[in-house]
Write a protein that binds this ligand. Structure first.
Ligand code: NAG
Ligand code: NAG
Ligand code: NAG
Ligand code: NAG
Ligand code: NAG
Ligand code: NAG
Ligand code: NAG
Ligand code: NAG
Ligand code: NAG
Length: 862
């Protein structure tokens, strides 16, 4: 319509349209309204608020150029959007968008073009196709966060509801799954990025075929993770899932519907399940005390969560090394790839089946295999199930369909068993068809009757022999973790506890935010933190002259300086995009200044001027360890006792950061160039706490940089970004081997075992020639026992699996004691061709390689 209006009338019409909009929207909803009727509308700036004051609906923007209609939590300061209507077609002009109830009771968002009145372009509509026009339709934002359209007089029946069209968030009581009668499939799809709500690459969708389960898929509809089927109590692949008084889970599977949903009984508990833009499922819980979201659960979590990690008939077990193992009676299909830790080809039968004499091998503690093509009968019991499976020659395995109440129902698989994994706790039993001779070889005890009397020995025994004591420790840890998870839901009285515990959980995520730790005792403001003024620092460093430059790192440049008092300082001039405000920066610096240990570089103060941020440290005479250790002309000053002293010093410094300091810092970038040596060649860790200053998000978002350095990164961090004290331990191990050998560890990415230092040391260790690792330039006076102990500790620290690596207190103990017994190291983490299978999870691969690529680039910049 705008097109036909004569140019001469243009401005008048604009005025009129303003007037019109003004008028139509003026019966402006008082801020507490939760409903609009067909003669009302909602424009930018106006909102609906659910009557319980929890949810708010309105237009929002994240970049000031695209406007969306969405729903968010009204009282959560960190705006969290749980639903977005027009995610594909944002409003470009904030002052011209309007939400109203249009023809046929459809909710519409219109962008009123310049100069037009009401018939602007339609951005979004609810597409209701029902025959009858509603009489008096209203749109209401319910307390659950559901936006519904209904007849004003009918509270029960909805003409349309936003819960049927989720965005990236599953709220309590929302259904994830199918209405089989109407064909409606409700699933969540990620945002494109943190600031772009349009449809992103990942979705979490229920597949109702076979034995229903939920799949996380990437943009190419490739499965990257699956929940496992619902076993009556929980998803088979989420052993930690457990209904409690505060939150319970429902799975409905009948002729009409197949869906998953959860219910929160305590209305003050705010919980949501989302799929985020990088392809993770996250359950977040709002912690009012700290005003932050706490990551309660996430997936995929580990290597074994990657879909088809071990291929057909392979069983993934994170506690085993390598993680993939073939089911008993099967052997790797491609032994060579298997040796290279690529299990994706899976396993093949050793003995073919003959149908009539085959038996069944019980597997305990399993995540059930991919069940898309499984056959389910809810009425059979396990025995009938076995008989049915035995009779059907194409049946490869069976199990109970519902394990609550000692097991009912029957699932049978008739094709390859895919994506199985073994859990120490919380898995379930299943039975795999094997040739009689394989059953006999297994011990002839694999009948259903026997397995009920005693737990299946083979699989369990195999695993426990392999992982020995560590497994026990892990079990305890898992139990403890589970308890913790359960009690996290244990109600409001435990809020404080929740906070602390969720912080523990977050240890895995990044350096803990411990702002609340200020509260009790010392106020951080009371800690005197010298603020240097810019001129002093500039003067001390000769105006940051090239000559004074000591080095350059990812966080900025370092200059040597001399204060008037004759005190030598090192000034770290931070690159400008730390993305952090001045107050936050000061807080972090105060906190870091309080970390004091003989093996940490002392922070003297900081300088904040305009957008400059600098940290002032004590100056270290011998500069960094790498400048001495890897320089053939200097390395001989590092005789063995000095090297041993350096190793022990770093270990103590790291132990302090990890365990003894009140803030529990994960360094994240431990390497030779971050170890400084004082006049007596005592080691001092530097750059600790930088991760705090450059908060994780900022680092990712602003500088596109991944903290950490090629060659020192633990595999789980490099590949998956998983992060814990154990990734620091890995870096420490690399450092120890470098100090002993005087050689740099070459990046483990493209190298094979033999080429990098870790592989070299490991090979010599296995050949009992470990002393050959030692750098000849240490001279002749050394204790072989100490050297061997250091190598062993180094190898223990770089083991592939984070769980196997010791914690720093044990490292200090092992280094310090001649009598301490140490475990034998397992193979180090090389990251050999993990999941190189391009067919299954290619987009995920691309991502991890992007990460690596960025990291490598950064290293060259240093
Ligand atoms: C819509 O609500 C307004 C204010 O509550 C009221 O004046 C108007 O009559 C209502 N319109 C209809 C169609 O019910
Ligand atoms: C936005 O819409 C208003 C009202 O329709 C109009 O006056 C204004 O010029 C528009 N702005 C842009 C950038 O199109
Ligand atoms: C409504 O239908 C149009 C045209 O088929 C489509 O582009 C739009 O995405 C649909 N809207 C919703 C909310 O499904
Ligand atoms: C599983 O079995 C229990 C107990 O027999 C029953 O209450 C529950 O509804 C069953 N669940 C499913 C999903 O069939
Ligand atoms: C979940 O809790 C609610 C409220 O306590 C209850 O009505 C519902 O039946 C529970 N659902 C399940 C599956 O236990
Ligand atoms: C997505 O979730 C994972 C797991 O919690 C997290 O590591 C990642 O940073 C998240 N991505 C974004 C963009 O928030
Ligand atoms: C693999 O499984 C077999 C039994 O199927 C067991 O004997 C063997 O020890 C397992 N290997 C590892 C490394 O767990
Ligand atoms: C075996 O099971 C498959 C899959 O359920 C089915 O298609 C086939 O008809 C069954 N065969 C016999 C002999 O029952
Ligand atoms: C289980 O035991 C019963 C009686 O003890 C026996 O008749 C049956 O054959 C056994 N089943 C199997 C599969 O061995």
């Amino acid at each position: 319509m705008g097109g036909i209006i004569p140019i001469s009338l243009h401005s008048l019409t604009t005025l009129l349209s303003f007037f019109f909009l003004f008028l139509t929207s003026f019966p402006a909803k008082s801020s507490s309204a939760d409903t609009i009727n067909s003669s009302e509308s909602l424009t930018t700036g106006q909102t609906l608020v659910s009557s319980n004051d929890v949810f708010q609906l309105g237009f929002f923007t994240l970049d000031n150029s695209n406007w969306f209609l969405g729903i968010w939590y009204k009282n959560i300061p960190d705006k969290t959007y749980v639903w977005v209507a027009n995610r594909e077609r944002p409003l470009k002009n904030s002052s011209s968008g309007v939400l109203r109830i249009g023809v046929g009771g459809n909710l519409v968002i219109q962008e009123d073009g310049e100069g037009s009145t009401s018939a602007g372009s339609l951005l979004w509509s609810t597409n209701r196709t029902a025959a009858a026009n509603p009489i008096n339709p209203v749109a209401k934002l319910l307390n659950s966060g559901n936006l519904v359209v209904r007849e004003a007089s009918d509270e029960q029946n909805f003409l349309w509801q936003s819960f049927d069209f989720p965005t990236d968030t599953l709220l309590p009581d929302m259904k994830l799954g199918w209405d089989l009668n109407s064909g409606l499939n409700r699933y969540i799809t990620s945002w494109k990025s943190k600031t772009d709500p349009s449809t992103g690459g990942y979705s979490f969708k229920l597949n109702f075929h076979g034995f229903p389960e939920v799949f996380l898929e990437n943009g190419q509809h490739m499965r990257i993770y699956r929940s496992g089927p619902w076993n009556g109590l929980r998803f088979s692949g989420v052993p930690e899932m457990k209904s409690t008084a505060d939150m319970n889970f429902t799975f409905i599977f009948d002729q009409n519907e197949v869906y998953y949903s959860y219910h929160v009984s305590d209305s003050s508990l705010i919980s949501r399940l989302t799929v985020n833009s990088t392809g993770s499922l996250q359950r977040m819980t709002w912690i009012e005390d700290s005003k932050s979201w706490s990551l309660f659960w996430y997936a995929p979590k580990d290597q074994c969560d990657d879909y088809r990690e071990c291929g057909p008939y392979g069983i993934c077990d994170t506690n085993a090394s390598p993680v993939c193992n073939c089911t008993w009676g099967f052997k790797p299909k491609n032994q060579q790839a298997w040796n290279l830790r690529d299990g994706s080809d899976g396993c093949v039968r050793q003995t073919s089946l003959d149908c009539s004499t085959d038996g069944f091998l019980p597997l305990k503690g399993m995540k059930l295999p991919d069940s898309t093509n499984a056959y389910v009968d809810k009425t059979m019991n396990l025995k009938e199930c076995q008989q049915a499976c035995a009779k059907n020659c194409s049946c490869t395995a069976f199990s109970s369909a519902n394990i609550s109440d000692r097991g009912t129902g029957c699932v049978m698989w008739t094709d390859e068993l895919l994506d199985m994994r073994h859990y120490v706790e919380g898995g379930q039993d299943m039975y795999v068809r094997l040739a009689a001779s394989d059953i006999a070889a297994y011990g002839g005890i694999a009948s259903l009757n026997d397995s009920k009397k005693s737990p299946a020995p083979a699989l369990v025994a195999g695993v426990s022999v392999a992982s020995g004591v560590l497994l026990l420790g892990l079990t305890a840890c898992l139990i403890w973790k589970r308890k913790r998870l359960q009690s996290m839901l244990g109600g409001k009285t435990q809020q404080r506890g929740i906070q602390e515990r969720s912080q523990d959980l977050l240890m895995n995520e990044a350096v803990i935010t411990s702002k609340r730790e200020y509260s009790g005792e010392t106020n951080p403001d009371e800690l005197d933190l010298p603020l240097f003024d810019f001129n002093t620092v500039a003067q001390a460093t000769n105006n940051f002259s090239e000559k004074n430059k000591l080095g350059q790192g990812g966080f900025g440049c370092v200059y040597k300086g001399m204060l008037d008092e004759g005190l030598a300082i090192a000034v770290k001039r931070l690159s400008k995009n730390s993305g952090q405000g001045i107050e936050e920066f000061k807080n972090e610096v105060r906190l870091i200044a309080r970390l004091q240990h003989i093996n940490l570089v002392r922070l003297l103060g900081c300088c904040i001027e305009m957008d400059e941020k600098m940290l002032v440290y004590e100056f270290m005479e011998h500069k960094s360890l790498d400048s001495v250790l890897f320089d053939k002309s200097k390395s001989s000053i590092l005789n063995w006792p000095r090297r041993f002293n350096i190793i022990c010093g770093i270990a103590r410094g790291l132990l302090y950061l990890h365990q003894d300091s009140r803030f529990r810092i994960i360094h994240r970038d431990l390497k030779a160039s971050n170890i400084l040596l004082d006049g007596e060649l005592n080691p001092k860790i530097s750059d600790f706490g930088m991760a705090r200053i450059f908060g994780r998000d900022q680092v990712d978002a602003n500088t596109r940089r991944v903290v950490g350095t090629y060659g020192y990164m633990a595999p789980e961090y490099a590949m998956d970004g998983l992060f814990s004290v154990k990734s620091d331990v890995f870096s420490f191990g690399v450092l120890v081997l470098e100090i002993v050998s005087g050689k740099k560890n070459r990046g483990f990415y493209y190298a094979n075992n033999e080429l990098n230092l870790l592989g070299h040391a490991w090979k010599l260790w296995k050949e009992r020639k470990a002393m050959e690792v030692l750098d000849p330039s240490v001279g002749v006076s050394y204790s072989s026992q100490e050297v061997l102990r250091c190598i062993q500790v180094g190898l223990l620290c770089v083991q592939e699996h984070a769980e196997d690596r010791p914690i720093m207190s044990n490292v200090v103990l092992m280094l310090g004691s001649e009598t301490a017994t140490m475990p034998q190291p397992k193979n180090p983490g090389f990251c050999l061709g993990r999941n190189v299978d391009t067919s299954s999870s290619s987009s995920k691969q691309d991502e991890s390689f992007t990460v690596n690529h960025v990291t490598v680039t950064m290293l060259r910049g240093r």
